[in-house]
Design a protein around this ligand. Structure first.
Ligand code: ADP
Ligand code: ZN
Length: 684
């Protein structure tokens, strides 16, 4: 035994807790927040000093000493260490692996090296800010009164000038000598956006996103840490830059599901940002035209301050939305006849209305964009006569088709066989539908042979350069018709885009996910927000056409009226029926491995442990255990996948429940991996 103080070190290794070490022999006193080198098995590892250890250890354990302090990095600020500890606890992830994210990829550059790449932030001519609209002014002035931690939701329709409000708030933050952090979804981090910030703030900006080289990331990181730059714009990972004097955090498009990281540390960028602002005791501003129900509920409960921008700037109007009922197109004889006489050349997916609007738009020299949501895993099953789809009687989510004849619920494992006749209208024959962007592109090329058509989906747009080319071709007018998946429907601002078509809205309605309706509402609203953003008063507003078999779908009815508030009320009510988030809390386990039987057995074993735990402790009475069930993506990269869901009233309770269910993990069969996802956004 020794009287020396012991130290808790978060070592970069997949062990759940921090490790205990002796201080450096004859070395300087360690400090919380320092990066140190420690021996780990036969190698040296990096570790973050969390503080003196109070644990009473087994006296037989031989402890090792910390080897040295890494002098390159200044000790992390206290608020930031607290935030890392919170992440590790809340998302049930090894603390050392969380801490390892707080450092740049390379060591500090000794001198500025000439680079052949263009600068991360270009030098732009500075601009004079526009005068704020009264709504922007009220929003800006109200938020600027807050100096300490407070959460604000700026709910502003598309084109209402939210970004201008962020710019003004940042100006103020800088004037107070503090640093601002701006998070945007990776896909929105376009040159358009960076230029807008550079025109306002010149060389005060640093940026972090996935397209930078390690060298560029490292340089940007040090520019912020050493105070040469005072605004950091980035995708969610920019949160991990340990900013010392944080004065304001902004999260744009806060509803975006891509803020959630799907692998390793499965954190939600928005939620983590709110917690960071809390630890740093500064205001945080979330912005969206379609706020997440999580944030909306927080405003209803007055945890967040709500600021509303109801109008587009310069009295530009919101686009008109027409809904085409595809059932009618198939069912009514009149429509059938018209189609045969006048529109026989149209492909099955294109309604006469959308076709006519496209023609008119293109003739006027404007642009049209057609979107198709393709993020379905299985084919969608639907009755073309009544639009009916099958839902799980237990979970209210859509069943998915397997092996041509089997419908399955991916939450609770409910099964039924596919009926040929629609069980609702007893008339139509249920059909599995398949449709892709490539097909749309080919059909359009025949209909509009002299127009330039461009396709934007995962196959075509694989990196930032592809996206940037697409954006500049849209801006220059080189593209007449854009065909794409929802990945490009967000945040883009093209003056000549006057018509947006959603080819088959039903694909979105039918995802096996309790958020399907919310996602559809967001997508329809965001997509239509791309249309007619620069229309002057008196001009024709932009147009939106939505084609669907379910014109009464909640998401469509409210989106057409541009009524987010009513939608949110309605959907929150639906969520509360089955205690889905944000009313209840979810934690997902994914069980995966190479052999189906072993994976299935492990999933059952996990469920059994959960059931036993629930039976044993009264505090877990309200925890619901759903599954195990096959994941919607039942096999991915050679691995079989099952999942088990926990639903509970409070984060703290199901967090503890999930930890206890996992226990020491010694029971987990060899070859099986169990991944925990707290607040899952994607249950595929
Ligand atoms: P949002 O972020 O809400 O979609 P933006 O901030 O991008 O909206 O504003 C939409 C458009 O209106 C942009 O082209 C922007 O430059 C312009 N704009 C914003 N605020 C004003 C203002 N007060 N006066 C004039 N134009 C403005
Ligand atoms: Zn179910």
């Amino acid at each position: 035994m020794t009287d020396q103080p012991l130290w808790k070190i978060a070592v970069d290794t997949p062990l759940p807790e921090a490790l205990t070490y002796l201080p450096i022999p004859e070395g300087p006193e360690l400090q919380r927040g320092q990066l140190v080198n420690v021996p780990l098995k036969k190698r040296t590892a990096k570790g973050l000093v969390l503080g003196p250890s109070t644990a009473s250890l087994n006296p037989d354990i031989v402890l090792k000493s910390v080897q040295s302090v890494d002098e390159e990095y200044p000790a992390l600020p206290e608020h930031f260490i607290k935030w890392l500890e919170w992440l590790a606890h809340y998302y049930i992830h090894p603390v050392g692996m969380v801490a390892s994210l707080a450092y740049p990829p390379l060591s500090k550059p000794q001198q500025v090296r000439k680079s052949s790449r263009p600068p991360v932030i270009p030098i732009m001519e500075s601009e004079v800010p526009p005068e704020m609209t009264p709504e922007q002014k009220t929003c800006f002035e109200t938020i600027s009164q807050f100096k300490k931690f407070s959460s604000h939701l700026v709910f502003g329709v598309t084109g209402s000038g939210k970004t201008e409000v962020y710019l003004r708030l940042l100006e103020k933050t800088l004037a107070e000598g503090k640093t601002g952090l701006v998070l945007v979804p990776e896909i929105s981090l376009t040159p358009q956006l960076i230029h807008r910030f550079a025109r306002r703030f010149g060389d005060k900006i640093a940026a972090l996103h996935s397209q930078l080289t390690d060298r560029e990331r490292t340089t940007q990181w040090w520019d912020i840490i050493e105070g040469r730059k005072s605004i950091l714009i980035g995708a969610r990972s920019a949160l991990f830059c340990p900013i010392q004097n944080l004065g304001l955090v902004i999260v744009d498009e806060e509803h975006e599901p891509s803020y959630k990281q799907d692998e390793k540390l499965k954190y939600h960028g928005r939620d983590a940002a709110v917690m960071l602002a809390k630890m740093a005791d500064c205001p945080i501003v979330l912005g969206s035209a379609t706020p997440s129900l999580e944030s909306w509920k927080n405003t209803l409960e007055q945890k967040y301050h709500l600021h509303t921008l109801r109008n587009r700037v310069a009295n530009r109007s919101l686009p008109d939305m027409s809904v085409v009922d595809l059932r009618g197109e198939k069912a009514s004889e009149e429509a059938q006849q018209l189609k045969q006489e006048k529109y026989s050349e149209l492909p099955f997916w294109l309604s006469p209305l959308l076709f006519e609007k496209m023609k008119a738009t293109l003739e006027a020299g404007d642009q049209a964009a057609l979107f198709l949501n393709r993020r379905g895993v299985a084919q969608m099953v639907l009755c073309p006569a009544c639009g009916h789809t099958r839902e799980c009687p237990n979970c209210d989510i859509n069943l998915t088709l397997h092996h041509h004849s089997h419908l399955v619920c991916h939450y609770c494992d409910y099964h039924e066989s596919l009926k040929e006749k629609c069980p609702d209208c007893k008339e139509g024959h249920l059909e599995a539908m398949g449709l892709g962007t490539e097909l749309l592109e080919n059909d359009l090329a025949k209909l509009f042979p002299d127009k330039k058509i461009s396709r934007a989906d995962r196959d075509e747009i694989q990196n930032r350069a592809d996206l940037e080319n697409l954006i500049s071709d849209m801006e220059s007018g080189a593209i007449d018709i854009l065909v794409g998946t929802q990945m490009i429907a967000k945040g883009l601002d093209f003056p000549k885009l006057k018509l947006v078509g959603l080819v088959l809205a039903d694909v979105g309605f039918n995802l096996p996910d309790f958020r399907a309706t919310e996602r559809s509402f967001q997508l329809i609203t965001q997509m239509s927000g791309r249309s007619g953003r620069h229309v002057k008063p008196g001009e024709n507003p932009g147009a939106v056409v939505v084609q669907t078999y379910n014109p009464e779908h909640d998401s469509l009815v409210f989106a057409q009226k541009h009524d987010f508030e009513a939608f949110a009320q309605h959907e929150l009510n639906n969520r509360s029926q089955l205690s889905y988030p944000p009313v209840g809390k979810l934690i997902g386990f994914r069980i995966q491995g190479n052999h189906l039987r072993v994976v299935q057995d492990a999933a059952r074993l996990l469920a059994k442990r959960a059931q036993a735990l629930k039976a044993q402790f009264p505090q877990y009475e309200q925890v619901e255990i759903l599954g195990p069930a096959e994941a919607p993506l039942a096999k991915l990269k050679g691995k079989f996948r099952f999942h088990l869901l926990l639903k509970g009233p409070q984060a703290g309770i199901i967090n503890a429940f999930a930890r206890q269910t996992m226990g020491n993990e010694e029971w987990v069969p060899t070859g099986i991996k169990i991944l925990i996802d707290v607040d899952p956004m994607n249950l595929l």
